[in-house]
Design a protein around this ligand. Structure first.
Ligand code: HEM
Length: 453
């Protein structure tokens, strides 16, 4: 047990003050199973051993549910969406939705990913400063809106982006408070939350209604969700279920990838030799033509850049579970109601798995390095039955977006930039954003065929 917890709040304050530092220290000082407390009664265990993590996520997953944390976003994503549902409801929803993430569909989405990025970056001006974190969020929102319901996001920021930002901000606040007041209590924050959700509902329901009246077949995610029929009961989804899933995928599927991209761009600006190798790969594989979905497989170094960004700053830095019954894991006995934190951030910085864990070295992933590690030493997308359903989508998106950008621009941190540090919101993102200068690579990109160094 970690000492010095406060009688009432337990270790909540230390946790909130510096989540990453607190968890890293716990894992170093207290080993594979470190016990602490949230509030007076909630026992929490940080698990930092790959085999024990595997037991929680995979082998004994039936003894666990998602932790109470996810209640904070239920008003937004509903009870029946993939992120928040449990047991049979979750299994059924997963069966229904999985087909829309099949590789064949993702390749269709890949063209949208490229078109949206090329269109977006075509407006960037040489040598001008940009807020890259905002740009990546806009590109990711554009991609998810287009692939989900064929909506052109340029017209949609006010109607979707803005209320989405407000709703997510308040969700995180709710997650971090010990006592969540029910939504009917008319606090300022609850009123704002409800208003944001109503605005989003209005847009999403009107899209669903329009689609129900539309006889044409659509290949986007909404089309696939609305046509999906369960193999077992033959039933499709109600409007409410489609709404919950759209909202879920919308939320799960943009901020995460946007942050992965922002971090990758930041790391490139700090590691010129990696940047040169990236440019060489892009010039060799793509040259001056427009990128295509098929380039993804050939951009192996670019893929490793994304893997390495996801290692150093995994957007989902904590995965939490709650024991639904008394359970034994690796000889430790836990009680029903105990809470478990599994941290990709903590595991992916362990020197026993990653040499120089704080250094950005995409080459470490070469020669199938991950295959030599225990599976849950590196798990930015979680694992088991609740593994990120969008993992292939996200990797393809991040690689293609980065390739489109790197084909045309070199990006530098603004000279007067504040120190770049991560902040732990719903996802792990750069604190106070990234201001960066975009510089056209004209001369270099007109020399395709440069060899790798
Ligand atoms: C780099 C980008 C991404 C990262 C790091 C990421 C990470 C994760 C993680 C760690 C989980 C599991 C949480 C848990 O076990 O409790 C998860 C779940 C999920 N993700 Fe992602 N994700 C990313 C992108 C996406 C995208 C692009 C989509 C959709 C287009 C998506 C949709 C989902 C959904 C629906 C779930 C819930 C799955 C379930 O519980 O069955 N994610 N994601």
């Amino acid at each position: 047990m970690v000492p010095n917890g406060k009688l009432i709040s337990g270790h909540t304050k230390e946790f909130q003050k510096d989540v990453l530092g607190f968890l890293t220290r716990l894992s170093k000082e207290y080993g594979d199973v470190a016990k602490f407390r949230f509030g007076p009664f909630q026992n929490v265990y940080l698990i930092s051993n790959p085999d024990l993590i595997k037991q929680i996520l995979v082998t004994k997953h039936k003894s666990f549910v998602k932790s109470k944390d996810s209640n904070a976003i239920k008003p937004l994503v509903g009870d029946e969406g993939l992120l928040t549902s449990e047991k049979d409801v979750h299994r059924r929803q997963r069966r229904l939705i999985q087909p829309s993430f099949k590789r064949s569909h993702i390749s269709n989405y890949a063209q949208d990913m490229i078109d949206i990025t090329m269109d977006y970056i075509s407006t960037w001006e040489n040598e001008k400063e940009r807020i890259i974190t905002k740009d990546m969020m806009n590109i990711a929102l554009g991609i998810i809106s287009k692939t989900m319901f064929s909506m052109d996001f340029k017209d949609g920021y006010d109607v979707v982006g803005e209320p989405m930002e407000a709703a997510l901000r308040i969700s995180v606040k709710r997650m971090r408070t010990l006592l969540q007041l029910p939504l009917w209590v008319p606090t300022k924050s609850n009123r704002e939350y409800k208003k944001a959700i109503q605005r989003l509902d209005k847009v999403i329901y009107s899209i669903i209604e329009k689609r129900r009246e539309d006889a044409e077949r659509h290949e986007d995610m909404l089309g696939i969700l609305m046509e999906a029929r369960d193999d077992e009961d033959g039933l499709g989804m109600s409007n409410q279920q489609v709404r919950d899933e759209l909202m879920t995928i919308f939320i799960a599927g943009h901020e995460t990838t946007a942050n992965a991209l922002s971090w990758a761009i930041y790391f490139l600006s700090q590691n010129p030799e990696v940047e040169t190798k990236l440019f060489n790969e892009i010039d060799r594989v793509i040259g001056n033509r427009t990128p295509t979905p098929d380039d993804f497989m050939k951009l192996t170094y670019t893929q490793n850049i994304i893997r390495e960004s996801l290692r150093i700053y995994p957007p989902v830095y904590i995965i939490s579970r709650e024991a639904e019954e008394d359970v034994e894991i690796g000889g430790h006995h836990f009680k029903k109601g105990d809470m478990f934190l599994l941290s990709p951030y903590v595991m992916q910085h362990k020197p026993e798995y990653f040499d120089n864990p704080d250094s950005f070295i995409p080459e470490r992933f070469e020669n199938n390095y991950l295959k030599t590690l225990p599976t849950y030493a590196y798990f930015p997308f979680s694992g088991g039955p609740r593994v990120c359903i969008g993992n292939h989508f996200a990797l393809m998106e991040a690689v293609l977006v980065l390739a489109c950008i790197a084909q045309r621009y070199r990006i530098r941190l603004a000279p007067d930039h504040h120190e770049v540090k991560p902040i732990t919101t719903l996802t792990l993102r750069p604190k106070r954003g990234l201001r960066m200068i975009v510089e056209e690579r004209n001369e270099e990109s007109s020399q395709p065929g440069a060899s790798d160094i």
